[in-house]
Write a protein that binds this ligand. Sequence first.
Ligand SMILES: [Zn+2]
Length: 403
Amino acid sequence: MLLCATAVMLLASCSCGEKKAKYVFYFIGDGMGFSHISLAEGYLATKAGKIGNDPLCFTQFPVMGMATSYSANKYITCSSAAGTALATGTKTNNGMLGTTPDSSNLTAISYKIHNAGFPVGVTTSVTIDHATPGSFYANSTARSDYYGISEQLATSGFEFFGGGGFYGAKDKRHQEKSLYEIAAENGYEFAYGVKDYKAKKSQGAEKVILFQEDEAKRNNDLPYVHERVEGDLTLPEVVTAAVDFLNNENGFFLMVEGGKIDWAAHSNELVGTVFELLDFDQAIAVAYEFYKQHPDETLIVVTADHETGGVTLGRGKGYAYDLSVIDKVAGAEGAEGTDVSNYMQDISNDSLSVAAQIGWTTTSHTGGAVPVFAVGAGSEMFAGRQDNTDIPKKICKAMGVAF
Ligand SMILES: [Zn+2]
């Protein structure tokens, strides 16, 4: 949040929209509805001992809009149909990834941008073959074919991947031919943890895949913020490495998914939802620091694929909610270095939400529109009402890349 202290002043003097966007960040908060954002802001205000909403980094961006999120066959989208819309500009059926409803392959903007000469990075806090990152490099009629999706990662040619490992390593095909082997055959160097990343980069690696240092955790999603232990890879670290690796005078394109906002919200976990959102904001703050160095040529777009959990700020009767319960749990002190696991073992998440007067209406997704925030070159295009399929088209336009 401190990183954004000078945001308003800088933004006021920004003459955005003149130059093409050369450095582009595309952040997707999986499951991040408007209420999730208010929840995180309410938590920050509560910590400061007041009633209010303390802004996040990205909620101070000067451009705000909304995006409708329905899929081709459902009012309520799943992450692969929404990821496909956000990556290719075409709606598809729930469960499909990078294909039309009649199974024709679509081309994600990441390929169009790559073909135009920009290095590309795809990163996430869940496994790298999950629906949202997969939408940016794969075509599959089944989002659950993790092995098949990871094979396409290996042949994408994109310069940087980072986050949770190959869920597809659990597939029996992986025993016959390892996904690690396939990626290595295609010129990828694996970096396990930040230190190893730095070593691989200094050794001249041309394409990098950054996973967890701990081998036992490697093919899982990155740990929840509140379950993190020393040495665990974090989403802000992944973004820092990606920027370091991709940065060059010709520009780059980086997609970042905050995937565990969705997972926490599916479980109706109040603490996880708030802390994952704050962590996602910290990852965006890394991009914002970069933006401040290149304000005329950087574009940051932040959106979501859908809302998860139907979370409400308020529950039952009365005009109040109380997020102070979050910090009362087992020594919890905030998003960094917090351990709330003891509390979670003792009391159900639902009890915590009841105590906080936070409501949940579903353990699935909901069908509302999602927020869009943007700053930098071309950001004004993202204001107002749009469909999720419009966003990738606008990104290409901002970059001067043919859609
Ligand atoms: Zn979900």
